[in-house]
Design a binder for this molecule. Structure first.
Ligand SMILES: [Zn+2]
Ligand SMILES: [Zn+2]
Ligand SMILES: [Zn+2]
Length: 98
């Protein structure tokens, strides 16, 4: 059996990709490139972190912690490649099973 973590890649994604991963859509005219276009065939994205921040407790997680909120960044989005600055959110890319 392969370790699940071998298939998990932690990403920093933009608001549009976060909304598309959560709801299947974001809005019109809010992005310059198609959200989630870097997600390949057989791959999918789930929202959230692989490892929580130091100091994040079980109780924090139950209430919904902020570990997946990465804050404002100019770094390009890992899921669509957009270079627009904006809030980034943690997500997990699940690679296709070999
Ligand atoms: Zn959008
Ligand atoms: Zn947390
Ligand atoms: Zn994006």
């Amino acid at each position: 059996m392969t370790d699940m973590r071998d298939r998990m890649v932690s990403l920093s994604i933009c608001t549009c990709c976060m909304l598309c991963a959560a709801n299947g859509e974001c809005g019109d005219d809010c992005h310059d490139v198609e959200p989630l276009n870097r997600v390949g065939v057989g791959e999918h994205i789930t929202l959230g972190v692989i490892d929580h921040n130091d100091g994040c407790t079980e109780a924090d997680r139950e209430e919904g912690c902020d570990c997946d909120k990465l804050g404002f960044s100019w770094q390009s989005c890992d899921a669509c490649g957009s270079n627009l600055g904006g809030d980034r959110f943690a997500a997990v890319l699940w690679l296709a099973e070999k």
